[in-house]
Ligand binder design. Structure first.
Ligand SMILES: [Zn+2]
Length: 191
C-alpha cells in the first residue's frame, strides 16, 4: 500500500526534494521535518525506510539539507561553492553504507546497512546532490522565480526554462496572482 503524505513535495530529484522540506525560505518558512518522526516519514516516502531517528540524526539531516541548499544555490548562480557546505555533503556521502540493488522488475532499490541507519539514508541523498551539482545528470540547477521561495531546483525540461521549483505550489500561486491582477485591471477598465 502506498501512503500519501500530502504536504511533502515529491519531486523527481531526491536531493532537491529534500531541500524542499524547508519551504518558503525567503518568506514565512515552513519546516516539514520538525521532528525525528517526520524525517522517518519523509525517508519512507522516498524509498529510504528507517525504523527510527534520534534528534541528533535529525540535526545532522538538517545540516546536510542546508548544505545542499547552499551548494546548489551557488551552483545555480555559477558562484564558488561554499567550502563548509561541500565538507558536510562529502562527510555525509562518505559515512553511509547504502547499497543500490536491482529488483527483478528492473527498479533500483536502496538497502541500508541497518534499519536504524539514518546516516546511510543521508549518504544516498548527499550522493544525489553531488551528482546534480557536479553536472553529472541531464538538467540544470536553477532558482525558483518566487521571491519568497528562491529554492534551488533541478530543471530537466527540454528547453531548460522552468521558472518555479514546483508547479503545484509556487507556479500555481504565481498564475493565480497574475490572474487576479488581470481581473482587477479588467474591472477598472469597465468602471
Ligand atoms: Zn518555489
Amino acid at each position: 500500500m502506498r501512503v500519501a503524505y500530502p504536504d511533502f513535495r515529491l519531486g523527481s530529484v531526491l536531493a532537491t526534494s529534500f531541500t524542499g522540506t524547508l519551504s518558503e525560505r525567503h518568506g514565512n518558512a515552513v519546516e516539514r521535518i520538525p521532528t525525528p518522526h517526520r524525517l522517518v516519514d519523509w525517508l519512507a516516502v522516498n524509498g529510504l525506510a528507517v525504523d527510527a531517528c534520534t534528534t541528533a540524526q535529525l540535526d545532522l539531516a538538517r545540516e546536510l539539507r542546508e548544505s545542499i541548499h547552499a551548494a546548489a544555490t551557488a551552483a545555480a548562480l555559477q558562484e564558488a561553492l561554499p567550502a563548509s557546505a561541500v565538507q558536510v555533503i562529502n562527510d555525509c556521502s562518505a559515512q553511509g553504507r547504502a547499497a543500490a540493488l536491482l529488483t527483478s522488475e528492473g527498479k533500483r532499490r536502496w538497502r541500508l546497512s541497518s534499519a536504524s541507519c539514518v546516516e546511510d539514508a543521508l549518504s544516498v541523498i548527499a550522493a544525489d546532490a553531488i551528482s546534480i551539482i557536479a553536472g553529472e545528470r541531464d538538467g540544470k540547477l536553477a532558482l525558483c522565480a518566487s521571491q519568497t521561495c528562491q529554492a534551488a531546483f533541478f530543471d530537466t525540461s527540454r528547453s531548460r526554462t522552468r521558472k518555479w521549483c514546483d508547479m503545484n505550489t509556487c507556479g500555481n500561486r504565481q498564475k493565480k496572482a497574475r490572474f487576479n491582477a488581470n481581473q482587477r485591471k479588467n474591472l477598472r477598465s469597465v468602471e
